[in-house]
Design a protein. Structure first.
Length: 361
């Protein structure tokens, strides 16, 4: 397939285009908003207010407040009005309840936000009378995880033990239903949207202060001179720097816009098969990058279930999108720790520097 993924070609795809970005106040969403702005896109954000202090969105808010609508994805009428008024060329849907452990506390709300919220957005998109590429972001956890040393492919069975994972599997079913019912690739030409989904998870990078995530736990502990609390040291995850999947989303969006019949499907984005690390390896690499520190094993029986082993097969994205990871897991950890070591007043500029550095790789 033709390769459309060079930095210059990406710029030409998004420059001057209208991009609706849901979830722009979150960790991945704020990074993507920065990147799209650098690419010359006209970005409109739709999301709840940030759930924590010190994230990238709050650093950039003074510069993007006019492009930011703080609202709930469950507000169906407002969401529809936003879509119809803005008339986007691209939609990147990242708005979600993204935490596994929190999903045990608010299971019904997790399903409502993740599955019904997506359905609200896609229903609004059915009323668009123009071509629009829609990329729905789910997670690596959408698969029925057998906790075996296998690489999950896009056509493997969907599932989900915890409410978060199950809600994202439901989201994939919502996407498939809307694709079949309203966004058939053969019809997604001049006047119809086209839709694809992107599955990535265990994303690390600067500016994430979410509860119950390993990197924020690491940085908080190291900054305070305390031992890092580690719940599942032997769990294996497809760790990747936030810019890796975001690059994949941008590539997918550009290809989907131009050739919807070929790219209106699901794609995994993750590290290379030999580059999966345990939580313990992540923590010890982070300590090495920080320069000092220790960790404590807090594994206890009876805590909420979280998968111990999860790996993705990224062959499809590599072959069809010509996308591949640029950073090893260890490099991703170093880039992440470097961000947190910056003075607060330098963090936004450092974010932009890392985006430019990544593009140049």
């Amino acid at each position: 397939m033709e390769n459309l993924v060079s930095n210059t070609q990406l710029l030409s795809q998004y420059q001057g285009k209208k991009v609706l970005l849901t979830g722009h106040t979150g960790f991945k969403g704020a990074w993507l908003m920065n990147w799209l702005t650098q690419l010359g896109a006209d970005v409109k954000g739709y999301a709840l207010a940030p759930s924590y202090e010190g994230g990238i969105y709050q650093l950039m808010e003074p510069f993007v407040s006019g492009a930011s609508l703080l609202a709930d994805i469950r507000n169906k009428e407002l969401l529809k009005k936003t879509v119809l008024d803005f008339r986007p060329d691209f939609i990147f849907h990242l708005a979600a309840q993204p935490l596994v452990r929190l999903s045990y506390e608010i299971p019904a709300e997790t399903f409502e936000v993740n599955a019904i919220g997506t359905a609200n957005l896609l229903e609004a998109a059915t009323t668009l009378d123009k071509h629009c590429a829609i990329v729905v972001i789910t997670t690596d956890k959408v698969y029925e995880n057998k906790e075996q040393d296998i690489l999950y492919k896009e056509d493997d069975v969907l599932g989900g033990y915890d409410p978060y994972s199950a809600s994202k599997a439901c989201t994939e079913i919502v996407v498939s239903s809307f694709r079949n019912s309203f966004f058939k690739p053969s019809q997604s030409l001049e006047q119809r949207p086209a839709i694809a989904s992107a599955r990535a998870g265990n994303v690390i990078g600067g500016g994430d202060w979410s509860k119950d995530r390993i990197v924020p736990d690491i940085v908080r502990a190291l900054s305070a001179g305390q031992h890092i609390p580690v719940r599942n040291p032997h769990s294996v995850r497809p760790w990747q720097h936030v810019l890796e999947p975001l690059h994949g989303y941008l590539v997918l969006g550009a290809l989907l816009y131009n050739r919807p019949g070929e790219f209106s499907t699901a794609y995994n984005f993750g590290p290379l098969p030999e580059d999966h690390l345990t939580v313990q390896q992540l923590v010890e690499t982070a300590i090495g990058s920080w320069g000092n520190g220790n960790w404590t094993n807090l594994s206890v029986p009876g805590q909420p279930h979280e998968a111990n082993l999860l790996k993705l097969d990224i062959t499809k994205a590599m072959q069809q999108l010509h996308w591949k990871p640029k950073l090893s897991a260890e490099e991703a950890i170093r880039w992440t720790i470097d961000w947190y070591r910056q003075p607060v007043k330098e963090q936004l500029a450092f974010t932009l520097q890392q985006i430019k550095k990544y593009q140049a790789l």
